[in-house]
Design a protein around this ligand. Structure first.
Ligand SMILES: [Zn+2]
Length: 133
């Protein structure tokens, strides 16, 4: 997991979070003083979750945002790490796609602007003809 990836998806610190990929409740436990009610707080949060993954070496989890969902760095499923690896390994295709798509969007925008200018010129011409009665 790279530092850049954490920046890109705006990682924030949290005591616990549910992974949207595997639905595991992840929690950090190296500093119990951060938890309201300490171990009891952890028990309250984890109660009823079928899958729970402890991060005993972390005081806080790093949680980012991807497609509007909170994503957990270091979840046992490793999906976030696989997602970054896919992006990085496909970077040339992604760059090509963005370049082509941006070019198409700009060409489309220029065509719309040209049509608007032609319509405006015709309107001016019509008004000029009407004014000369
Ligand atoms: Zn997960």
């Amino acid at each position: 997991m790279s530092y850049e990836w954490k920046l890109a998806i705006d990682a924030q610190e949290q005591l616990y979070a549910v992974c949207p990929f595997c639905h595991t409740l992840n929690y950090a436990s190296s500093d119990l003083s951060l938890w309201p009610h300490g171990v009891l707080g952890i028990a309250q949060v984890t109660k009823g979750h079928a899958k729970v993954f402890e991060h005993p070496d972390e005081a806080q989890l790093e949680v980012g945002a991807l497609e509007g969902k909170k994503v957990v760095f270091g979840c046992s499923c490793g999906r976030l790490e696989m997602f970054e690896a896919w992006i990085w390994n496909s970077r040339q295709e992604i760059i090509d796609y963005i370049t082509l798509r941006a070019g198409s969007e700009m060409a489309e925008s220029r065509a719309v602007e040209e049509k608007a200018q032609i319509a405006k010129a015709r309107l001016t011409l019509v008004k000029g003809t009407q004014g000369g009665d």
